[in-house]
Design a protein around this ligand. Structure first.
Ligand code: ATP
Ligand code: MG
Length: 401
């Protein structure tokens, strides 16, 4: 099928009042960024629509395929073009309906005749084209109200345009239209999904990972990089800060009772993250935490963790079931990487009986005997920064996937 252009509908962002233009321009920039490998793509904007086109058929197919992943796009339709001539219209109508699984479906032709001098009236055109398509492609039933297949035809003097398919987009808001947040990214299933959900609300995500060599291996870090590579598909660029965490983690083991090491570890992660967050001018911290999954994820634990900062800590997965999270992870392509079995810094140091209802005042008391400030400062200073997407494949554990 040769497509002329792709019509893009914005959906939610059209309701954004005064900020509307800003949102639309952000969406255009994100689309350009997503397709920067396509040399011939052009973007044309109108008030409530955007049109994408390319002189290369192969690029058009790529756009149709990959546009699904761009947040802020409600739906889109490939549009075909033919001369404004009845025979040409019939032929194109047949060709375009044929791209669908049409048998047994309800069908309707919807003509809009902007070119008033065309010899046939709208209703005549409707009838002519519908009769031809139905005779050529048997098995469809005409239905005027809510048909499954609606062939829209716009007749203009210079050309006639047709579309039939409405492809659902990723919806949400264009990434970058709602500021930036710093995500605590582990190698697990949850945090990459949290990243995706934040991006869907228009937030640019930067990631921070706590790495404890030699207790955690380079391969486990490779896994985190691979996850950044995957999620950067949705959010344009993702910057990853890798924090050397061994010194802090070992000190925690000496400093506080075994059953609260988990809570203290989380509190220190938050303190380090908050400093990096401020440096990169992000406005919130994000985690993949979920209520009730593990000992560190009770309301009491969350309260003790939150006590180290007044920065908003967003937890987009807080109410999700594990199966719902896995479902999204599979859909966005992070699941297979997340389940590769490598130790995380937390699993290595997890105590046998972590306290499920830690008291913040007690935790603060235990921690008060150790001066963590210098270690925190060192960890922040010695971090490594990586930018994604990277051209080269980052994982070195391909055989395990
Ligand atoms: P995940 O699947 O994201 O690892 P989880 O259900 O396994 O989550 P935890 O391992 O308790 O739960 O981690 C809770 C959250 O803490 C994670 O979602 C992540 O945001 C953060 N986190 C845990 N470990 C790390 C780490 N090594 N580096 C950065 N963030 C981490
Ligand atoms: Mg985990």
């Amino acid at each position: 099928m040769k497509w002329h252009e792709i019509l893009v509908r914005y959906g939610e962002i059209t309701t954004k009042g005064r900020n509307r233009n800003q949102f639309i321009h952000r969406l255009r920039d994100n689309i350009r960024h997503t397709f920067k490998d396509l040399e011939n793509m052009k973007v044309r904007m109108e008030r409530d629509r955007m049109y994408l086109s390319s002189t290369s058929d192969e690029e058009m197919e790529q756009i149709i395929e990959r546009l699904r992943e761009v947040f802020g796009v409600q739906s889109y339709s490939p549009v075909a073009e033919c001369p404004t001539d009845l025979d040409a219209m019939k032929a194109l109508a047949k060709e375009i309906v044929q791209t669908l699984d049409y048998e047994g479906k309800t069908f309707k032709v919807n003509v809009k005749r902007s070119y008033k001098d065309f010899p046939l009236e709208t209703y005549e055109l409707n009838r002519e084209v519908a009769a031809y398509v139905l005779s050529e492609l048997p098995g469809m039933q005409v239905q005027m109200k809510n048909p499954e297949i609606e062939l829209r035809i716009e007749v203009r003097q210079e050309a006639t345009y047709m579309m039939v398919e409405v492809i659902q987009g990723a919806a949400g808001l264009p990434v970058g239209s709602n500021g930036k947040a710093l995500l605590l990214l582990s190698g697990g299933i949850d945090s990459p999904v949290a990243a995706y959900l934040m991006m869907k609300r228009g937030v640019t995500v930067e990631a921070i990972h706590f790495f404890s060599p030699p207790f955690t291996s380079d391969q486990s870090l490779g896994k985190v990089k691979e996850l950044c590579q995957i999620i950067s598909k949705f959010g344009g660029k993702v910057r990853l800060h890798v924090i050397p965490f061994t010194e802090i983690q070992q000190t925690i083991q000496q400093a506080v009772p075994k059953n609260v090491t988990m809570t203290t570890t989380r509190r220190l992660m938050m303190q380090v993250s908050d400093i990096v967050r401020e440096e990169v001018k992000a406005k919130a911290l994000v985690t993949g935490e979920n209520l009730g999954q593990v000992a560190s994820q009770t309301l009491d634990s969350l309260a003790a963790i939150n006590a180290v900062t007044t920065t908003p800590i967003l937890r987009p997965l807080i109410t999700y079931d594990k199966l719902e999270i896995i479902d999204i992870a599979q859909k966005i392509g992070t699941y297979e990487t997340s389940i590769v079995p490598f130790e995380d810094c937390c699993t290595v140091f997890t105590p046998a009986n972590p306290k499920t209802k830690p008291r913040t005042d007690k935790i603060e008391y235990y921690e008060s005997f150790t001066d963590f400030d210098e270690m925190i400062e060192r960890a922040v200073r010695n971090r490594e920064v990586h930018n994604f997407p990277q051209v080269e494949v980052v994982n070195d554990f391909e055989d395990l996937l």
